[in-house]
Design a protein around this ligand. Structure first.
Ligand SMILES: C[S@@+](CC[C@H](N)C(=O)[O-])C[C@H]1O[C@@H](n2cnc3c(N)ncnc32)[C@H](O)[C@@H]1O
Length: 248
């Protein structure tokens, strides 16, 4: 008999199921990230690297429970951020936390598959994506669409795990993953699948050089990679880039 059980491997092979797996851990997600020392500070560091003016229209893609969305909002005294995610329950947690505090003309959450964003060409000032691009089933197609919707001169930043192509980096990540991330997060959330998928998807994601090359090949300019000055230095980076101006 064929089994429909979702496993880390089946999720890796069919990433469209990732948001539905996040539904199962959504209520405990903030507890897990709270225990991950400096999680919010590192998110803010990546948003700061976007160098926003403060009055832009920004998309926070794969916003989850809104932790990255709030980091964007901190730098938008006169702007607006829309957090987009395809996990209904992650978004519900975000809305419960922030809709009481913030007006919809400053902050909004929308359920949508990031692979299917249908904003007009050249319509978005800036894009932030934390722990998101790795979950896209087709990096190329996702990046082309983000390039399309960004305004000329618009900025983009990815906050993502990306390992150097060497044995030690992958060993460091797998040791952290199998001995800390999976056991602790499973204990907190009661489900292990998404965390096993996390360890595998990071292990298989592009190296910093390969990802910056892909950004350049997509057409982005000013492509830069930045390290974290924290314990996440060997594993987590910010990648910043911009869409060229028409006269560039
Ligand atoms: C690790 S969480 C990151 C949450 C948030 N950005 C943060 O920094 O705390 C990844 C999120 O990506 C979402 N996601 C994964 N694939 C997606 C897709 N194709 N479209 C929309 N959301 C997606 C999941 O539902 C999940 O909430």
């Amino acid at each position: 008999m064929e089994s429909n059980r979702v496993t880390a491997n089946s999720l890796f092979n069919n990433k469209s199921g990732v948001p539905f797996e996040f539904n199962r851990v959504a209520k405990k997600y903030d507890v897990a990230t709270f225990l991950s020392q400096g999680y919010q500070k590192d998110l803010q560091r990546s948003v700061d690297r976007l160098n926003l003016r403060g009055d832009e229209f920004v998309l926070d893609l794969c916003c989850g429970t809104g932790k990255s969305t709030i980091s964007c909002l901190n730098n938008l005294p006169d702007g607006k951020v829309i957090g987009i995610d395809n996990s209904e329950v992650m978004l519900r947690v975000a809305e419960e936390k922030y809709y009481k505090q913030y007006d919809r003309n400053k902050l909004e959450f929308v359920q949508k598959d990031v692979m299917e964003l249908d904003y007009d060409d050249n319509s978005v000032d800036a894009i932030f994506m934390a722990y998101g691009i790795r979950n896209m089933p087709d990096y190329n197609r996702a990046l082309k669409n983000l390039f399309r919707i960004l305004k000329p001169g618009g900025k983009i930043a990815f906050h993502e795990y990306s390992l150097e192509k060497n044995f030690l980096s992958h060993l460091y990540w797998k040791t952290l993953g199998y001995f800390v991330v999976i056991p602790v997060s499973t204990m907190i959330s009661g489900s292990s699948t998404i965390f096993k998928y996390l360890v595998k998807s990071v292990d298989k994601f592009l190296s910093p050089n390969d990802f910056t090359n892909l950004l350049s090949e997509t057409g982005f300019t000013n492509v830069k990679k930045h390290n974290m000055p924290t314990w996440r230095k060997p594993i987590l980076r910010t990648f910043t880039a911009s869409k060229p101006n028409e006269n560039d």
